[in-house]
Write a protein that binds this ligand. Structure first.
Ligand code: GDP
Length: 140
């Protein structure tokens, strides 16, 4: 498997509880290199666009309001098989179902406030990286 890049968000529940470094350490321990990182405050319009695929879901409004409730940390992670590896270290969407040692098992509060986002495929990774980072911010 080749070196890939994936997109990650450290979500408001985690930044609020000062867990940015603890979560970054989990990525690094899993062999993922943080090649870009910044702390931002999303607007409601950005959150609605980013999560547009979920616009028909009953939790869409709650999800977007949550994502703008505090600053987030957006990151690009690089490594061997990075997309799958990141999903593995994140754990299941619902922390109740997440495996031991995963970020969501250790830190998530609920299925909604679940500490991290990670791209699920190469196409979404490319789109999501481009949504938050300019070419100038990405070192080759
Ligand atoms: P992910 O890829 O593991 O993040 O999961 P999904 O793509 O299915 O969902 C995107 C995000 O929507 C999740 O990470 C949660 O923050 C949120 N979400 C998913 N299901 C629910 C739900 O039943 N209730 C609430 N409040 N939020 C949810």
């Amino acid at each position: 498997m080749a070196i890939q890049r994936t997109f990650s968000i450290i979500k408001p529940d985690a930044t609020k509880r000062n867990l940015t470094g603890a979560i970054a350490a989990k990525f690094e321990a899993a062999g993922l290199r943080i090649v870009a990182s910044k702390r931002i405050q999303m607007t409601l319009a950005q959150a609605e666009t980013f999560y547009g695929v979920h616009s028909e879901r009953p939790f869409f409004g709650e999800l977007c309001e949550f994502m703008i409730s505090e600053p987030i940390v957006v990151q690009v992670l690089e490594g061997e098989d990075a997309i799958a590896k990141n999903r593995e270290v994140m754990g299941a969407t619902n922390p109740a179902d997440a495996a031991d040692g995963t970020i969501r098992k250790e830190f998530a509060l609920s299925i909604g406030e679940n500490s991290v986002h990670g791209s699920d495929a190469p196409e979404t990774a490319a789109e999501e990286i481009a949504f938050f980072f300019s070419g100038l911010e990405l070192v080759g």
